[in-house]
Each structure stands twice: as structure tokens, then as C-alpha cells.
Ligand binder design. Structure first.
Ligand code: LMR
Length: 394
């Protein structure tokens, strides 16, 4: 049997992690995988996470199974964080999942189950694993224009034109904030236009929100998800706690299925629980418990929000520094978009050969589509990167 196996395509982001590890050069800089690093290059355990873990260690009496949906208190806390009070709780079905990837996978499976002929409209570009999972599940996807290679902003006219090709029942996958990989985002007026189009055409909205708190702040980053969830008939939201709680390896995510008809919620909830059972039974609990402990304790929540805000501001500072340095070295303001982008990533818009040159000649690792992880930089490496970008002729 095993001899029938065929090599699968390597994940572009994870392959880069391996290449970076194997590079013996001391001066190498890792701007690949989306992991936050502080100025010392460390991905720290957040203070509130440490405190919550201590509390759990002392107080937890049992590790018996939770429910198939995970601990309901986790879903409640996360729904509050993402949606506030924008949608009545009775309209929301939710399950804990292994990370945001698990949430996306379950969402896609639910779509396939409910409407096998649904096509999923994906931004061009999007997180490569969206495409990989959809492809693996045999689902049809249709790219819509998103990134404007000239301005490095959103090609909103192109996006709307392409979305007009969607038919009733098709799904539109949107990044709730901090678009990955481009860093270019819609404004709220544009979000409203997308919502109008979704409603006019009878489309289903799916939001992937993995970087809440990394863009314009915890509340601001949730505005689009709140607008969509409270305005459309049906919506799926896949959320991740990996980045904003810094608990990457704990695999902590949430999938919500929201209907404007509360009578639908029980069936949605049972279906999500069924999907969990088929794929892994009970979702992981430790990260979810840490998140619940933090969100439900005023002092821990405030400390977490402060630390996250510091991270956000430091990334904004790095964006500004890089943009200024590039302006100084290139004598042009064509890199101003880096300061305008939001979240962990910016897409430089450089050709693959230049990305390769940055890696081979300068030891600077970014994903082949020229996505760079701003959080992989610090005040010392920004000028090195800026010089290399200008040297290779981006
Ligand atoms: C990324 O885009 O780098 C992150 O979401 C990590 C991953 O799993 O790809």
C-alpha cells in the first residue's frame, strides 16, 4: 500500500522554516512564518498566559473529556472577544478547534456537507493553506482580485467585479483583519459594500480572523467581523488564538456558524460537534482553558490586552522605521505602503528572483511571494533589510 503514496507539495511557509534552520550564516534574518518575535528574537510566553497556566496547574482537578464542542465557557469568552454583543448568542453555534487551521478545515467541511456545489471565492492571494485544504477536500475555488501590484493596496474595484460572478450559495472567504499575506485591508465603507453584495446575491460569508489585536487594536480589528456577522443571513467565522495569545503550539481556535434564524442554531451546533467527533473527537483543551481564564478575569485580561497592545505598537514602529529607511536609501516614497499595511505581514510586491536573491546573497528569508513578517524584525535588522532590498533592486 505505502508504495502507492506520492510526494505531496511542500507547504511554502513551512519549507522556508526548514531552509532557514539549515542556513549556517550568523547574519541570517527570518521573516518567514507568522510568529511574533520580540527585539531579542524570542517568541515569549505572555505574562497573562503564564499566570493563567499557574492557576490551572494549581486548581484543575480533572482532565476528563470536555464536550465535543469544547468547554462552553471558552466559546462564550471568545464570542465576546470577537463579536461583542453584535449578534444574539442564540444565533451562534460554536466549537473549539485545534487552532485556526482546524477551524478553517471544519468550516470547509461544513460547507461541502451543506452545499456540495458551493464554490469558495478566495482572495488573490490568500493564506496558501486555505488553497491547500480546499484542494485536498476537492472543493472548487475561484480567486477574486485583491492585491493591487502597483499601489500595494487593495484592488477594490477588481474585487467587487470578480465577486459579482458568485452565484447564490457560493461562499466568500474574507480575512477579518490583517490580511495574510498582503497586509492590505478594506476600510469599513468597503466592508459595507461587500456586505451589500453578499446580501444582494445570496452568498455565504466566511471570515478567517487570526490576528485580532495586531492591526488597529482589539476592538477596531473586530469591526468588520461584527458588521458582517450582524448583517448577513449566514456566516462562518474561523478564529485563532495562536498569535494574539502567543499560544501557537497549544492549537487553540474556534469555529462559529451564525444564522439570522435562531431556530437553525441547534442543528448547526450539532453538526459542528459531529464534525469534531469525526475528525478528532474532543478539541484540545489546555490553550482554550488558558484563554478562558484570561478573558474571564479582569486583571489578567487587562494585562494581556496591555502586552498585546505593546506588541502591536512595536510592530507599527518597525513598519514606520522600515518605510523611512527605504525612503532614505532609495530616494523615493514608493515604500510608504509598508507603514500603511496592518498586521504581521506586508507583501513587498517583488519578483520571485529578487526574493531568492535576498535569501541567497543576504541571508534574508521571506516567503516566495515577497511576504515579509514584520514581527521578525528589530531596530538593528531593519536597516540591514532596507539596504538589501535596495541593493537587489526591488
Ligand atoms: C503564517 O501564515 O505564517 C502562519 O499562519 C503560520 C502558518 O501556519 O502558516
Amino acid at each position: 500500500m505505502f508504495e502507492n503514496l506520492k510526494p505531496q507539495p511542500a507547504d511554502k511557509i513551512l519549507a522556508l522554516v526548514q531552509m532557514y534552520r539549515e542556513d549556517p550564516r550568523d547574519q541570517k534574518i527570518d521573516l518567514g512564518v507568522g510568529v511574533y518575535k520580540n527585539a531579542d528574537g524570542v517568541t515569549p510566553v505572555m505574562r497573562a498566559v503564564k499566570a493563567a497556566e499557574k492557576r490551572i496547574l494549581e486548581e484543575q482537578e480533572s482532565k476528563a473529556y470536555t464536550g465535543l464542542a469544547g468547554d462552553p465557557a471558552y466559546a462564550d469568552a471568545m464570542i465576546g472577544l470577537i463579536l461583542g454583543t453584535s449578534v444574539p448568542r442564540g444565533n451562534i453555534a460554536a466549537v473549539a478547534t485545534p487552532g485556526g487551521t482546524g477551524a478553517c478545515r471544519q468550516a470547509f467541511e461544513l460547507i461541502r456537507m451543506a452545499n456540495p456545489s458551493a464554490r469558495v471565492f478566495v482572495s488573490n492571494p490568500t493564506w496558501p493553506n486555505h488553497l491547500s485544504i480546499l484542494n485536498y477536500l476537492g472543493m472548487e475555488m475561484v480567486p477574486y482580485r485583491y492585491f493591487d501590484g502597483e499601489t500595494r493596496g487593495v484592488d477594490f474595484d477588481g474585487m467587487m467585479e470578480d465577486l459579482k460572478a458568485a452565484k447564490a450559495g457560493d461562499v466568500v472567504l474574507l480575512h477579518g483583519c490583517c490580511h495574510n499575506p498582503t497586509g492590505a485591508n478594506l476600510n469599513m465603507v468597503q466592508w459595507q459594500e461587500v456586505v451589500n453584495l453578499i446580501n444582494e446575491r445570496g452568498l455565504v460569508a466566511m471570515i478567517d480572523i487570526a490576528y485580532q489585536g495586531f492591526g488597529d487594536g482589539l476592538e477596531a480589528d473586530a469591526q468588520a467581523a461584527r458588521l458582517v456577522a450582524s448583517s448577513v443571513k449566514e456566516c462562518l467565522i474561523a478564529a485563532s488564538c495562536s498569535k494574539n495569545f502567543g499560544i501557537y503550539r497549544e492549537r487553540t481556535g474556534l469555529l462559529m456558524a451564525i444564522s439570522d434564524d435562531a431556530a437553525q442554531t441547534a442543528l448547526n451546533q450539532a453538526t459542528l460537534a459531529f464534525l469534531n467527533r469525526q475528525n478528532y473527537s474532543f478539541p484540545p483543551d489546555h490553550g482554550a482553558r488558558v484563554v478562558t481564564t484570561i478573558l474571564n478575569d479582569d486583571a489578567l485580561r487587562a494585562d494581556w490586552a496591555t502586552e498585546l497592545e505593546d506588541v502591536r505598537l512595536s510592530m507599527l514602529g518597525l513598519r514606520q522605521q522600515l518605510s523611512d529607511e527605504l525612503q532614505r536609501l532609495s530616494g523615493s516614497d514608493r515604500f510608504g505602503f509598508i507603514a500603511q499595511h496592518r498586521g504581521m505581514f506586508s507583501r513587498l510586491g517583488a519578483a520571485p528572483e529578487l526574493v531568492e536573491k535576498l535569501r541567497d546573497v543576504h541571508g534574508i528569508y521571506m516567503v516566495g511571494d515577497s511576504r515579509l513578517n514584520i514581527a521578525g524584525l528589530n531596530a538593528t535588522t531593519v536597516p540591514i533589510l532596507a539596504k538589501a532590498i535596495v541593493d537587489v533592486g526591488v
